[in-house]
Write a protein that binds this ligand. Structure first.
Ligand code: GDP
Length: 432
């Protein structure tokens, strides 16, 4: 029997990141994906990756919802997403090589999602190069340019692929504008014929998957089938609430989930905030708890902290109660899924950040802008444990100090920890 069958799911649940991303959301979605239910990605593109390990193997998913690895789930890519169709074709192809064939009854792609094109990827690269030392640390997958163009009303959307007769006119008009923008800033142009050929090559096979995902989700809701909204990245990468401008370009917040999924009038029944037992951050921007020492190197190795999308070594540091409390608040987390507790095993004492020292004094609320840049962490130590906890499946069996650590996180965030993950495999968790 699959472990998720023991887990009861309310109707509309969001699974979101509380901090900088890479909290293990994919692993939690895979665990909680309800048999017969729907899993929806509602924002972002292929700029981040979820790693899911289960009995079929190890999978990195950048665009596809993590439920795609569960038989019997329908997976939706919502209107809030930006989709690089060439990358998506590659992802579908890699799953096929491992025997997972994705059919239109299992994958629904919103006709309203924006298409991330090679010109967006190119612009991302050119802009990071122009910024030099001040670069945003972009993953260079075109995400900021395509969201920018979306709000300029200049993108092609997945639904445009359904009408090949008018596609060429749209492409010529878009490329004319894009060429002027790119030429003025970077001295490069866009080739409309190449753009059209690219769209046809990668777009045509996706046509059977494209639909109004709102209809799919409303039907699921009517049938009483649970819907899981799966976020990419975390609260601190949200375009409005994150560490701007070192954020992503979309809303990673739970409140956006129904909008980005295609059911804007729906309310969430529950939000589960995924939180790592320590801090990691990919890319540039203020990261108050960052450490660059032997402790950090050991933690990075123990936790395999290298980006799923880029392979970049992640910046690491102790658990940051200030950031976690803020992230839990803006996400409206009802419960926490705490991941990677096993990685902390074997430390005599575990550092945790309980406040920030700033030019405005000692603060326990998260801040933004220059104050955040100037903040330094106030560190306390909790007692560690030596036992390997990867086989622990009940709260009672966790070592006393590990329980204390979890309780500390609950006190600091004000949110109950419902799931504790003690390893990457589907069954390596305990529920309280
Ligand atoms: P996401 O983007 O939030 O899904 O996170 P990532 O997939 O980038 O990172 C999570 C990584 O940690 C993946 O490689 C998971 O397999 C792994 N992982 C998740 N939960 C645990 C855990 O509790 N313990 C350990 N050791 N690894 C975990």
């Amino acid at each position: 029997m699959e472990s998720s069958m023991q887990v009861s799911n309310p109707k509309f649940t969001a699974i979101v990141g509380i901090t900088w991303g890479d909290e293990g959301k994919g692993r939690m979605v895979d665990l909680l994906s309800p048999e017969g239910g729907v899993v929806v990605r509602y924002q972002g593109g292929n700029n981040a990756g979820h790693t899911v390990i289960n009995e079929k193997g190890s999978f990195i998913l950048n665009l596809l919802p993590s439920g795609i690895l569960r038989n019997g789930t329908v997976n939706v890519m919502g209107p809030g997403m930006v989709i690089d169709i060439e990358h998506l074709a590659g992802e579908i192809g890699r799953l096929r090589e491992k025997g997972i064939v994705i059919t239109p009854d299992r994958l629904k792609i919103s006709d309203r999602a924006a298409i991330c094109m090679p010109c967006h990827v190119r612009q991302d690269v050119l802009e990071e190069e122009r910024l030099g030392d001040n670069a945003y640390g972009s993953t260079r997958r075109g995400i900021a340019p395509v969201y920018g163009d979306k709000y300029m009303k200049k993108v092609l959307r997945m639904g445009d692929l359904l009408y090949p007769g008018t596609l060429e006119d749209k492409v010529r008009s878009q490329s004319q504008w894009k060429s002027r923008v790119l030429c003025g800033t970077y001295g490069e142009e866009v080739d409309a014929d190449e753009m059209l050929a690219w769209l046809k090559k990668w777009g045509e096979p996706l046509v059977p998957f494209i639909c109004d995902t709102g209809v799919v989700l409303e039907e699921a809701a009517k049938d009483g089938r649970p819907v899981l909204f799966e976020a990419q990245l975390g609260a601190l990468r949200d375009i409005d609430y994150g560490i701007y401008p070192f954020t992503s370009s979309s809303s990673t917040i739970a409140a956006y989930a129904p909008i980005g999924a295609g059911v804007p009038a729906r309310r969430l029944d529950e939000t589960i905030g995924v939180l790592k037992a320590y801090s990691t951050c990919v890319g540039a921007g203020p990261f108050v708890v960052e450490r660059n020492d032997e402790w950090a190197d050991r933690l990075r190795e123990a936790g395999h902290e290298y980006g799923a999308a880029t392979g970049r070594p992640r910046r690491v540091g102790p658990f940051d109660a200030v950031a976690a409390r803020y992230g839990a608040r803006v996400q409206g987390a009802d419960a926490i899924a705490l991941t990677k507790l096993d990685v902390l095993s074997g430390m005599d004492e575990i550092p945790v950040c309980v406040a920030y020292d700033t030019p405005d004094g000692r603060l326990t609320e998260f801040v933004t802008g220059d104050l955040l840049n100037a903040a330094t962490p106030v560190i306390e130590y909790l007692p560690g444990w030596t036992e390997d906890i990867t086989d622990v499946r009940t709260w009672e069996d966790l070592p006393e100090n590990a329980r204390q650590y979890v309780t500390f996180i609950e006190e600091q965030t004000g949110v109950p920890v419902r799931y504790v993950s003690v390893g990457p495999e589907r069954t390596q968790y305990l529920e309280r």
